[in-house]
Design a protein around this ligand. Sequence first.
Ligand code: K1U
Ligand code: ZN
Length: 171
Amino acid sequence: MIRPILIHPDPRLKKPCDPVAEVTDDLHQLAKDMLETMYAAPGIGLAAPQVGVMKRVLVMDCIKDGPRRPMVLINPRLLWASEDQTVYEEGCLSIPEQFADVTRPAEVRVEWLSLDGSVQEEQFSGLWATCVQHEMDHLEGKLFIDYLGPLKRQMITRKMVKLKRERARQD
Ligand code: K1U
Ligand code: ZN
């Protein structure tokens, strides 16, 4: 099932999420829905708070061409970040049609729980590294616009308020 994606500003996008205590059937369903929602958007990542679920769950697939690699990360934890930084023009499904350069560590090592309950660990680089950091920020209530100056952030927020007003009028 495709779930509606929350649009900024929304208080749920500004709050830290709760750890997942147990991998239940509901969590399996949430992960399935999140992947379906992400692919349909289309996007390369999605975090649970973006669909209004305040749990530490994210999905991603940064393969643009070729076979899909859907990933589900539960309770992700940053183990290491490179000193080397990279700049990527980021977007966000909760901030449609707005893009800005964000500087982040070029490589990160992350540990997480998978849907089968096993602990996984991987070192991410390139777009995968940017994406996993963007999604982990969502779990802390942080958006990519929080890396921008106050004027740019305000301008984007105003655009989103207008967009939400227009969408509400159409409903
Ligand atoms: O978390 C999100 O809002 C999803 C976001 C993830 C992201 C994008 C760029 C850099 C870091 C993280 C998106 O997927 S925005 C859409 C997007 O980037 C995209 C869509 C279709 C094809 C390729 C990229
Ligand atoms: Zn986002």
